[in-house]
Design a binder for this molecule. Structure first.
Ligand code: C5P
Length: 216
């Protein structure tokens, strides 16, 4: 198996940026698993389906086409909320498991970001990071991103979203968001993108030295 880097953490923690910078640095393919759940939610909303209905959500996951991850709708605030609602259903998670696992097992390895990568999808990952930041810092980053995309939303609404999403993602029964026991915590609250990337790279280099596996 290739070199697997698992990057977990809550919404807008900087994990996506850290993951894509690591992928570029090590020449590994990257999978943003949040997009899978977002696309499942978006395609269910598009047919007027109920996000809280387990079988409708599972059917939506089964019909997913990876080209749907490219749609701009999956990056909206509504898609983030829909994703976290469909993500509580075990049937949805099971359907998306095989796809994520297959990505992890490809040579020469992968960088995968999400909520349960180090715990469920790739417990065997060579390097595990849990990227976090304070709710206020995360809300500020997400607010800038969404208003930059043209969405009209206040900082306070986004902060409320972040708290709600943390509670739902961390409180669900199946694969809750949690730091794997062997993951290294990276708090990016006071870090620039460059500093977060440097710290992440040091964590991966330490893991690489321990495992003797050379990515890229
Ligand atoms: O990372 P992102 O904010 O795009 O994820 C959207 C939602 O998808 C999360 O709030 C979470 O409910 C769900 N998710 C998940 N497991 C993952 C990735 C995302 O449950 N591995």
């Amino acid at each position: 198996m290739g070199f697997i880097i698992a990057v977990d953490g809550p919404a807008a923690s900087g994990k996506g940026t850290v993951a894509s910078r690591l992928a570029a640095a090590y020449g590994l393919p990257m999978l943003d698993t949040g997009l899978l759940y977002r696309a499942v939610g978006v395609r269910l909303l598009a047919i007027g389906g109920d996000l809280d209905d387990p079988s409708a959500a599972e059917a939506s996951a089964r019909g997913l086409d990876l080209s749907e991850l490219e749609k701009p709708e999956v990056r909206t605030r509504a898609a983030g909320e829909a994703a976290s609602r469909v993500a509580v259903h075990p049937g949805v998670r099971k359907t998306l498991f095989d796809l994520q696992r297959a990505f992890a097992e490809r040579e020469p390895g992968a960088v995968i970001d999400g909520r349960d990568i180090g715990t469920v999808i790739a417990p065997d990952a060579h390097a595990k990071l849990y990227v976090t930041a304070s709710p206020e810092v995360r809300a500020d980053r997400r607010w800038k991103q969404l208003t930059g995309q043209g969405e009209s939303v206040t900082f306070d609404e986004i902060l409320a979203d972040i708290h709600k999403r943390d509670a739902r993602d961390g409180g669900r029964k199946d694969a809750p968001m949690t730091q794997a026991v062997d993951a290294i915590l990276l708090d990016t609250s006071e870090m620039s993108i460059e500093q977060a990337f440097d710290a992440a790279r040091r964590i991966v280099e330490d893991a690489r030295a321990r495992s003797g596996n050379l990515p890229g």
